[in-house]
Each structure stands twice: as C-alpha cells, then as structure tokens.
Design a protein around this ligand. Structure first.
Ligand code: UDP
Length: 312
C-alpha cells in the first residue's frame, strides 16, 4: 500500500513496486498529488487506485503486507498553503497507516524528511543529529508534523511491536514534479526554458544536495526490504549553493535567462547535506545519477508537461 501514491515520489514508488511484481494499492486525496502521475497504471492488473484522505481513514479491505507512507504536501509553498492539512496528515494520517500496518503484521515505511534537522548547526547531517527546528515558525507545520510522525512510528514500534522503518528524504527532483510545485528545480528549469529570470531567494548562498528521483526510490526500497528501523538518510551528498544551481541550469539549457533575487523565505535552512554512511554501509545504497543527467531528464518532462519545446 502506497499512501500518497499519486504524488511525485509516491508514483515512482508505485512504478518500481509493480516492476518487481508486487501488487500495489495507491491511496491519495489528490490535494497535491496528480491523477496523471498514475494514469499509465490504470490498466495494470496489479494496481488499484483509492481516493481517500488518510487523515480521515484508510478505506481498504484485504491483505496488506507493507505500508509506505508518503502522504503529505512536501513543497514549501504547498505546505504553507495547507498548514492544518499538513499537520493532520502527519499526525492522524500516520496513525491510521501505523494501525493498518499493525493489524496486518505489515512493515511500515515512514517517509520523513531532512526538514527534521531544521536549520542545522551540524554539517553534514547524520541520523544521530537531533536538529535545530523553530517549532512556531511557518515551516513548523511540516517539520513538526514529520517529527511527530517519527515519534509516533517509534512509539508503535516500541509499544506494539509494529515492524517499522523511517527514511529521512533529502531534496529530490525529477519527472512528475508539478510545474507549479514551487520547488527550486522545477521553478529554475521552467524559468530557464521560458527565458524568464531565475528567481534566487536571498543571496543564493544557501545550499541544498539534490537527489534524482530514481536513485531516491531505489533507496526507499532498499530500506523497506531491509530489517533496519532507522532513521536512515537517503539523499545525494553532492552539495551546491542555490546560485550555483541557477547558473548550472542556465548553462545546461543554453538559456538567455538572467538571475533575479527575491526575499529569502522565513527560516529557510542555510545548508543541507546528508551524511549517507548508514545507507552506504547497511543498505549498499548510493546515488548514481549526475546532476546534469537528472536535470536534463527533468527538463524534458517539464517541457512536455507545460507544452514547451524540449531543450535537450
Ligand atoms: N529557492 C529559490 N528560488 C526558487 C525556489 C526555491 O532560490 O524559485 C531556494 C529556497 O529558498 C531554498 C532552496 O531553493 O533555499 C530549496 O528550496 P525548495 O523549495 O526546493 O526546497 P526546501 O529545501 O526549501 O524544502
């Protein structure tokens, strides 16, 4: 069962589970996920799509052997626009997923986030770092929802023996990012393709480490298939400043776009880079897609999705 299965990451996870022969029930309320992300699976005999808000309940019958909880708004503009829904899905939604997994003796994978580290004062971030989060800032609706999800997951594991795993997902990009998602890669690629200025928030010295979606999903599956509880960081440790990313995208696409600075969002983390020692040693996982390859593939997708000519 993939909760949030028609979202950006969830839909790629559904694809990979079906490729290896699993049966998949995708549950989504389409608040930020798109039906188009799983439309190609509609006739697949192993695939079922259920429209439901997991904060309210998970109306699914039948045997369940695994529950992957990827249901949540994940882009800052999305969760800032849906603050109460984000807190509800992180708390009640996660509870429903955990109870379902517990009833069926199924393994539960909780998709957590690098946002649990907040604006980190330890760099790079390893799983043992407890984070530096503003619990009352605007981003707290996401950060604290995910921190609560982690706490709830561990409480079910400790008190009820539920088989769980927690993955901390770092910035991920690739095909099926919504063009209006508002995250840095989709914004910059579309702006570069349209010849519009790239909107760099702040001076662009903040850093992110970007993982291509196929690598990310391979990591999620490796953790799901293991007997680790985690949390385990899954992300690409190659770190770039936002201004470097803007220049890379302009060069890669041969764009005529300029760079325009906009105000930095409140509590925007100044740096972020995963320490993936655990994923490497315990799961044998590491990312393999170069930034240039990943960006080109994402540009092709966004161009098609937005009716622009393919830049690659
Ligand atoms: N960002 C930017 N311009 C944009 C969108 C984002 O400069 O048009 C910056 C944002 O301030 C942050 C980084 O890019 O420092 C990554 O932002 P994103 O929203 O993709 O994800 P976050 O890591 O903040 O959750």
């Amino acid at each position: 069962m993939v909760l949030g299965g028609s979202g950006f990451l969830g839909s790629h996870l559904c694809d990979q589970l079906l490729v290896r022969g699993d049966e998949v029930v995708c549950v989504d309320n389409f608040s930020t996920g798109r039906k188009a992300n799983v439309a190609h699976l509609a006739d697949h005999p192993g695939f079922e799509l259920v429209e439901a808000d997991i904060s309210v309940g998970i109306p699914v019958d039948g045997a369940v052997t695994g529950v992957c909880n990827l249901a949540s708004p994940a882009s800052p503009p999305d969760y800032l626009a849906l603050p109460l829904e984000t807190l509800a899905v992180g708390s009640e939604g996660t509870r429903h997923g955990l109870e379902l997994a517990g009833r069926h003796g199924a393994r539960f994978l909780m998709a957590s986030t690098s946002e649990v580290y907040g604006d980190p004062d330890v760099h790079p971030q390893s799983e043992t770092y407890w984070g530096n989060v503003n619990p009352v800032g605007p981003r707290s609706v996401y950060d604290e929802a995910k921190r609560f999800s982690e706490a709830l997951t561990m409480a079910h594991h400790r008190s009820r023996g539920t088989d769980v795993a927690i993955v901390r997902i770092f910035n991920t990009y690739g095909p099926r990012l919504r063009p209006d998602d508002g995250r840095v890669v989709s914004n910059f690629l579309l702006q570069a393709m349209r010849g519009e200025p790239l909107t760099v928030y702040g001076d662009g010295s903040q850093t992110r480490s970007l993982c291509y979606v196929e690598d990310e999903v391979r990591g999620l599956l490796a953790l799901f298939d293991s007997d680790l509880t985690g949390p385990v960081n899954i992300g690409n440790p190659d770190e770039y400043t936002v201004i470097q990313l803007a220049r890379t995208i302009i060069d890669l696409l041969g764009s005529t776009s300029s760079i325009e600075h906009r105000p930095l969002p409140t509590d925007d983390p100044t740096r972020r880079r995963p320490d993936i020692t655990v994923a490497r040693s315990a799961l044998g996982w590491e990312p393999t897609t170069s930034l240039e390859d990943g960006l080109s593939r994402t540009a092709t997708y966004l161009a098609q999705d937005s009716g622009l000519s393919d830049p690659s």
